[in-house]
Design a protein around this ligand. Sequence first.
Ligand code: XIL
Length: 379
Amino acid sequence: MKSSIFFVVLTFSLILLHSCQQDEKTTEESLKSVYKDNFHMGVALNTRQITGEDSIGRALIKEQFNSITAENIMKWMYLHPEPDRFDFNLADDFVEFGLENNMYILGHTLVWHSQLADWVHEMKDSASLAHYMLNHIDTILSRYKGKVNGWDVVNEALNEDGTLRNSVFYNIIGDKYISMAFQKAHSTDPEADLYYNDYNLCQEEKRNGAIRLIKSLQDKDVNIDGVGIQAHWSLVYPSIEEIETSILEYAKLGIEVMFTELDVTVLPNPWDLEGADVDQKFQNNEKMNPYPESLPDSVDVKLAQRYEEIFELFLKHEDKISRVTFWGVNDRYSWLNNWPIRGRTNYPLLFDRDYEPKQAYYRVVGVKEDSQVEAEESN
Ligand code: XIL
């Protein structure tokens, strides 16, 4: 009897010790704990991670990140497939996951020309489209009021030259669709943080367009809390200087700066090819997919260095940056395996195809650890 009690106590002690050690490992080594005093560390979840089918990915998300974005399932075509029908099943599960894990939940995205439901493209008059757009925002924000913390209210409204894109919303409602969308979001959930999100926002012409757009909203007293710089970047583009100038310029507007869809492609860019001949792309297929089996160490090192430089800059401006979100957990499921060319093997994230941390992960963690050592030494 005595010996069995002893074994029960021993087993419990070992379990306790083990879980304490695991906690210790998590708090010491995760991205979210390392950067906890600087900015949220976020990640985009795909459907497998939301349903739990990808249980390893889900566990890694809990361990490493404290903010989540839905990669696809909150886009218009999924949430609002017919004029009078919404489908919240997966979105509810996504939000539940964030709430359970005490995460900053980002709603992506309310008004965007892409991944729209077909019926929206059929709308012909301004009053009806405006009605449905406002109803879309109101229905979704009412449901997730007090649960979803922030929204990409308008996504990709700008052309590369900084003018407004000819989206269905712009063409039919006119440029006021943007302020209408922000105003509706604010009136439905006054507590939610509201963002404008776009790509290439570090490029001068487009950046100036975004600044004009944000200022025009502020001049009308429309609530806008921040700008989301998507950050689909490469090993060389954009330069650290361009990113830094952008952080400073956007911060001058008195809004939060966020990097919302960070990934770094290591593959050749088809737009660098001369001409846009489809056959040419086809012929260059092997050239366009140079690492189908594994990433050579020399490129892995370049990727790690690039991430290191990026995070050094983020840390330098941590007072202006509220969130950094990676566009996916690991390389296996990155959208960059299929865009802009389908079926390639890309390596843009911090975790590899087997969910193991890459050199880039250790560099990102190292940036913060080095800065702490420096701070201690100078004290
Ligand atoms: C991408 C998803 O990652 C893909 O799975 C999907 O097929 C297309 O959209 N800018 C955005 C994101 O705001 O929503 C996009 O996500 C990537 C570009």
